[in-house]
Design a binder for this molecule. Structure first.
Ligand code: GAR
Length: 210
């Protein structure tokens, strides 16, 4: 009875990934060793070839493939994605390298319950290829950001950030790797704050309760 009760009180988390899934794995490891206490109810991917699927298998997290290629148009894909999410009844959605802009309908339904990891210090370098953007701009510092998803692209309230220095002559892949190591630290930390109800959203600002 006691364990049933404990499970019921855990927040249901759904991950959305399109590719490699290293951030997904950084979270899955912590869920497995119980340092992140939640119920990982599914990985949804828009790419049937995503390596993240293998990670989900490894950690026994159910996978749901909503393959973009299988739909006639964007709106059919959007509905299928929304239906799949609704079926899983998430308390929290975490986008980990999910390379589609989430439909407004989903953003509205799950307002303040969708977290994204982004490889730059927002609001600098939003969108795609952020590491390349930072190098080409000549930035000396970049990093990563965990933020809520709102109606814009990478504009939602910031939960955590971590900076990294860009050394002279650094390549895009070297910078990506350096940033990724920080992503793997701050994403589980931000999820932890959410799971423990330690995030207060005040306007566009996030206050973390220690
Ligand atoms: C990560 O660097 C993540 O920040 C980035 O994609 C990579 C996914 O890696 N996300 C974005 O650029 C979103 N705009 P992963 O699949 O190994 O976690």
């Amino acid at each position: 009875m006691a364990s049933l009760f404990r499970k019921k009180s855990q927040k249901r988390v759904v991950f959305l990934a399109s590719g490699r899934g290293s951030n997904f794995e950084a979270c899955a490891v912590k869920i497995k060793d119980k340092t992140l206490s939640c119920e990982p109810v599914g990985l949804i991917t828009d790419n049937a070839e995503a390596k993240a699927i293998l990670i989900a298998k490894k950690y026994k997290i159910p996978t749901y493939i909503v393959d973009y290629k299988g739909f006639g148009n964007r709106s059919e894909f959007n509905s299928a994605l929304a239906n799949q999410l609704d079926e899983l009844r998430p308390d929290l959605i975490v986008t980990v390298g999910f390379m589609k802009i989430l439909p407004q309908e989903i953003v509205k339904t799950y307002k303040n319950r969708i977290i994204n990891i982004h490889p730059s210090l927002l609001p600098a370098f939003p969108g795609i290829n952020s590491q390349r953007q930072a190098i080409e701009y000549g930035a000396k510092i970049s990093g990563c950001t965990v933020h809520f998803i709102d109606e814009g692209v990478d504009t939602g309230a910031i939960i955590l950030q971590s900076p990294v220095t860009i050394e002279s002559g650094m390549t895009e892949s070297q910078l990506s790797l350096k940033i990724l190591k920080e992503e793997h630290k701050i994403l589980p930390k931000a999820i932890q704050y959410f799971l423990n109800d330690k995030i207060k959203i005040e306007g566009r600002k996030v206050r973390l309760i220690k």
